[in-house]
Write a new protein. Structure first.
Length: 472
């Protein structure tokens, strides 16, 4: 059965104020000609170092149904195009039109850490309960959010969207576009600190999400976080009257009662807004448990079924680069890889160390951490790296490999018995990192995206053939 059209040429023209050159019916939306799919609407964005108009013809040859352009490429005068003054503004207009035509209940998520994992928990919980649509990966910025909205089917019952920032003023236009009914702030931590005067500045930037909450909507906030009261005040200033809290605090509305952390999962007892629940999360770590409370509160607030949501969490698999586990066969033995290489900050590093501590190497194995720089931490970055040495000791991590100038501070703070190797870059560490795992080991790879530790993780997985099996 053919997919239902997401956008016709006339609908795109009306939404963007553009001019249609030929009819088409698109079943998807793409801004990347390299991954454009059959039936997609290709949006030719322009940037400082690229111009998507150079790839319009290639996108159409690859099966794109049509394209949104600001200039008509030579030879495409009769092609299925919609012409607008500015394609980025056209993308935003298309996202706004998708939101306007939708009756879906919208959940928006931000926070210093845990955005993507919380988004995945809410989305997977609601997918079992009707038509749920959400942002894929971490499409959470000024390009990603309108793109995610533009992909939302008109008949979706729920929408779940992530919103990220590293400067003040970046979340407000996103939330005004999405107009959520429920807005989650996972936590406030010293992340992106180089761009803010202090952590209160980070809290205020995250609080911008309250600007777009629909009338009668709800803010879901971390009751355990020191900035809870500050965020409540900011929500009230924005006219948000209802706040639902989550955490282990005795007064939290979505409250942790008990948990059991296992190497590959977590079992939880909780009270979610007056409803007692026990459930399993198919990912290990206290941070998943705490964010599950926020996710379940959001499900309840948009009218979802908590029982079905709890069942969905049991089958959860961490997204790529965010704690996904792999069993890698090599040289007749196996080691386990925890790929948490997408990004890093001091709190997420500590959470990853705790996950590694809970892992169980076999009798011959060791716990190994391969770490890259944590970026955007400002003047305190060297000290923030060095202080992780105590957390590594607590977690019982046997050997640590480090890449980057900031990670040198951690490496030097470690006792000699825990030092593997330090290198200036991930590329220079690669040979030692690939040689580090032995049969029975559990290996964590983590660092900020800019440290390129994802290349180390990919090499460990790909170079560990003959077989790689993902673990839930």
């Amino acid at each position: 059965m053919a997919a239902q059209p997401l956008w016709t040429a006339d609908e795109v023209a009306r939404a963007t104020g553009g001019r249609s050159l030929a009819p088409f019916a698109a079943t998807g939306v793409s801004i990347d000609s390299r991954t454009v799919g059959a039936g997609d609407l290709f949006i030719a964005l322009k940037g400082d170092n690229f111009d998507g108009h150079a790839y319009v013809a290639a996108a159409l040859r690859a099966g794109a149904a049509g394209a949104l352009v600001s200039t008509v490429p030579d030879g495409l005068e009769n092609a299925p195009l919609v012409v607008v003054d500015n394609t980025f503004n056209g993308l935003r207009a298309l996202g706004a039109a998708a939101r306007l035509r939708s009756d879906a209940k919208i959940v928006a998520i931000t926070g210093s850490v845990g955005k993507t994992s919380t988004k995945e928990m809410v989305l997977q919980s609601l997918e079992r309960q009707g038509g749920a649509h959400g942002s894929t990966g971490n499409l959470n910025n000024h390009f990603g959010l309108p793109l995610s909205l533009s992909r939302m089917p008109a008949d979706a019952q729920f929408g779940v969207f992530e919103m990220g920032m590293n400067h003040a003023g970046e979340i407000e236009p996103l939330t005004l576009l999405a107009r959520p009914h429920v807005a989650i702030v996972t936590t406030i931590e010293a992340v992106h600190l180089e761009h803010f005067r202090d952590i209160y500045g980070i809290a205020d930037a995250k609080a911008e999400i309250f600007a777009g909450i629909e009338a009668g909507g709800t803010a879901v906030l971390n009751r355990d976080n020191p900035y809870f009261d500050h965020l409540v005040a900011r929500a009230k200033e924005r006219g948000v009257d209802r706040v639902v809290s989550f955490g282990s605090h005795p007064h939290a509305d979505a409250r942790l009662v008990n948990m059991a952390l296992h190497p590959a999962c977590a079992c939880v007892a909780a009270d979610i807004m007056g409803q007692a629940m026990t459930y399993k999360i198919g990912a290990p770590g206290r941070h998943w448990v705490m964010n599950s409370l926020a996710a379940l509160a959001a499900v309840r607030l948009v009218g979802g079924d908590l029982g079905l949501a709890g069942l969905a969490l049991a089958s959860l698999t961490p997204p790529d680069g965010r704690g996904r586990r792999h069993v890698v066969e090599r040289d007749g033995g196996t080691f386990e890889l925890i790929d948490d290489s997408y990004n890093a900050s001091p709190p997420s590093m500590r959470a990853a160390f705790a996950t590694l501590a809970a892992a169980r190497p076999d009798s011959r194995g060791h716990r190994i951490a391969i770490l890259g720089d944590m970026l955007e931490l400002g003047a305190d970055a060297p000290a923030l790296h060095a202080t992780l040495a105590a957390d590594i000791e607590t977690a019982g991590i046997d050997r640590v490999y480090c890449a980057g100038p900031l990670m040198r501070h951690l490496f030097d703070a470690l006792p000699a018995s825990r030092r593997g190797m330090h290198a200036a870059t991930a590329a220079e560490l690669m040979t030692s990192a690939l040689a580090a795992p032995r049969d029975g080991d559990v290996v964590l790879v983590k660092g900020s995206h800019g440290s390129r530790m994802y290349e180390v993780a990919a090499a460990l997985i790909g170079g560990g053939a003959p077989r790689i099996a993902a673990k839930g």
